[in-house]
Ligand binder design. Sequence first.
Ligand code: UDX
Length: 456
Amino acid sequence: MMTTHKAHCLIFPYPAQGHINPMLQFSKRLQSKGVKITIATTKSFLKTMQELSTPVSIEAISDGYDDGGYEQADSFAAYITRFKEVGSNTLSQLIETLTTRGCPVNCIVYDPFLPWAVEVGNKFGLVTAAFFTQSCAVDNIYYHVLKGVIKLPPIEVDKEIIVPGLVTIESSDVPTFVSNPESAKILEMLVDQFSNLENVDWVLINSFYELENEVIDWMSKLYPISTIGPTIPSVYLDKRLPNDKEYGLSVFKPMTNECLNWLNHQPISSVVYVSFGSYAKVEPEQMEELAWGLKKSDNNFLWVVRSTEESKLPNNFLEELASEKGLVVSWCPQLQVLEHKSIGCFLTHCGWNSTLEAISLGVPMVTMPQWSDQPINAKLVKNIWEIGVRAKQDEKGIVRREVIEECIKIVMEEEKGKKIRDNAKKWKELARNAVDEGGTSDKNIEEFVSKLVTIS
Ligand code: UDX
């Protein structure tokens, strides 16, 4: 029996954990509104993924590096160049195959890290929608690098920078790819996100209006911006899609039972949850300071240390220190953890997904940004939303144990942290309202679907 759908969207994320997940969650929302979804990802990335719960179909295409993806390439520049050459063909072939199977595609929702997808979409006369997985503030910064408002390195230390649409930022808030000359190729890709953006039909942003209203208003004068976030599974927010507990696709296998069983035995709001996401490589000296800072703060802790990072833990840490007060795991079901009543604060690198997840679940933060967009996210958490404190680095770039201890204490215990904890509850409500029926993001998704149906 043929199923009838309102339209068919091909979703094309950059192959990385922090990109595929928000696009998958957005896909589920579209699917719940009657849109057929196919996600296209690379063969090598698909091989690495643990399939937890994917009610949408996934197709693999070649990026020219089928064995190891990015790891197989000589350099990031080589990867991006070959992905464009090979991917333009393999993505086109997939669209043709889907048509042959009787499922023609109407719209391509692509990750602007791969801007050439617009040309593929245009070739087939598809509606094109860019999906920015990072904050609107960060997108605005890259736009202003393109326009020369933010000068390329070297950026003077401690200099204030005025960026239209944003609060005044300091040079240390700018994404690390802007200030580090060694990241020139990555920066080129980030700036390139805007190279053909005036030709697309939609610019979707994983954020919500209330969270970033000023910068969204500013960017909306340039592009057809539509905020559709936070892309958290519905079960944690508006609950309109039941049975959606599992987070989605993961490169790592979560130690779900260990984490939840352990948390179930901890007192309410007593646990510091610590994670630096899927990429960041923490300096061994920093790992040591973190370990001692957690110990000194005297709180229970759940710390995600990916297996590639484990050797950096201090000697005997797992046997002695961690067993007293903490649990160290290689990966956890982060949303279920953040939602757990035992969690008191989140010590985070401020990746955008982690930041949005903490906001959506009302968890106050201690921020320790590592690289990429994380410094500006940390700035917003502390200065604008006032839902966390920032653990400051010393002149060597290391956050010392005393600073970590003090920050945790502020957020978890002291009167000083009350405002932060109250604000976290306020933002949780606002995030829920945005995706709930009639909320700003929900309305934007409705509008996207109904325009798609008209065009299709
Ligand atoms: C990267 C960049 O670091 C980030 O700054 C950018 O905004 C997106 O790409 P990542 O470092 O992985 O992402 O951080 P983040 O964006 O926070 O994404 C991590 C995801 O992994 C989150 O969705 C989080 O819920 C999930 N996660 C993390 C788990 O499910 N389990 C864990 O144990 C840790």
